[in-house]
Write a protein that binds this ligand. Structure first.
Ligand SMILES: [Fe+2]
Length: 308
């Protein structure tokens, strides 16, 4: 089976206007026909609807949040196989473009043929010792980010083993790494970036959305994107920083859609030769380093906590 990646995220939100502004400021492209529909460079979609819109599936937590995720599939034969595997799942139904059902965590998951476009963007190399990739050319400075695609989503889960089994056994997802008794990182295919889905079980926290994450070109675009969000007065959850477990540089911004929106780059690319690791969930396994509260656009220094 070949689930290729995330095709669409549909949110039900309390403040449609604020969410439209957030997605615009984040660097997503707004549809000419629909002010609540946005795309990445690859054509992945993010849609906004009022929280009580009856066309949305029911929510897995209260407040603004993700209501449906659509995964893209490589070809019709694979889509048929997936539909076969899902028929006994909760709320299974055929749709115009494929099928959908509930995962064991209560999220509505849909499947369709992928319409993602290959994205060709200019990448400026990094000069490292013995590996000169940039000659007579400065490194870029970005005024804002332009996300390339939706790289991964992260859910809080109630039943980690049942949810992991759904994605691995019915959809062919691969385990990349694990936090013992706490979380699992999954990628859609054997050859792929470190994770497309991260399932996290926390004590005293039921099902819900933790964050959605967008791939950008390089570390400079992570920084430029985060600074631009600060300029537009959106608050940082955490970042910039680096995860040792995927090697990715990140910057997370609190979102009025629910959860956080993340810019990231430089995550590990894995193959059949990768051996999944089992790690303790700890501060050092989550962050090598990170800035709490972000960087300020005006001063180019860390945002200072308010004096109280
Ligand atoms: Fe992430």
């Amino acid at each position: 089976m070949s689930v290729t990646g995330i095709e669409k995220l549909e949110f039900g939100v309390e403040d449609l206007g604020a969410c439209q502004k957030f997605l615009h400021d984040f660097g997503l492209q707004v549809s000419a026909k629909d002010p609540s529909l946005f795309t990445t460079l690859s054509g992945a979609k993010i849609s906004l609807s009022p929280i009580n819109d009856s066309a949305l599936p029911s929510a897995f937590e209260t407040g603004s949040t993700l209501r449906r995720i659509t995964w893209g599939v490589k070809n019709t034969a694979d889509l048929d196989k997936i539909i076969n595997h899902l028929q006994t799942c909760d709320d299974f139904q055929l749709t115009e473009t494929g099928a959908q059902c509930r995962d064991p965590n209560g999220m509505m998951v849909a499947f369709c043929l992928s319409e993602q476009k290959e994205v060709k963007v200019d990448i400026t190399g990094i000069n490292q010792w013995g590996d000169i990739r940039r000659v007579d050319k400065p490194s870029p400075v970005y005024e804002k980010a332009t996300p390339i695609n939706i790289g991964h989503v992260v859910f809080f889960v109630d039943d980690l083993s049942a949810t992991e089994a759904f994605y691995c056994q019915k959809l062919g997802f691969q385990v990349s790494d694990r936090y013992i008794d706490r979380a699992v990182f999954l990628r859609t295919q054997i050859n792929g970036f470190h994770h497309n889905l991260f399932l996290l079980k926390l004590p005293h926290r039921g099902s819900g959305l933790n964050h959605v994450a967008f791939t950008v070109r390089d570390i400079h675009e992570v920084i430029g994107g985060g600074l631009a969000m600060n300029r537009h007065h959106w608050s940082t959850f955490i970042g910039p920083g680096r995860h040792p477990i995927s090697s990715a540089y990140f910057w997370y911004v609190n979102s009025p859609t629910g959860g956080a929106f993340e810019y990231y780059t430089n995550d590990d690319y894995l193959t059949e030769n990768w051996q999944p690791r089992e790690l303790e969930h700890s501060l050092v396994s989550f962050t090598e380093w990170a800035v709490e509260g972000g960087l300020d656009y005006e001063t180019r220094r860390q945002v200072k906590p308010a004096k109280g």
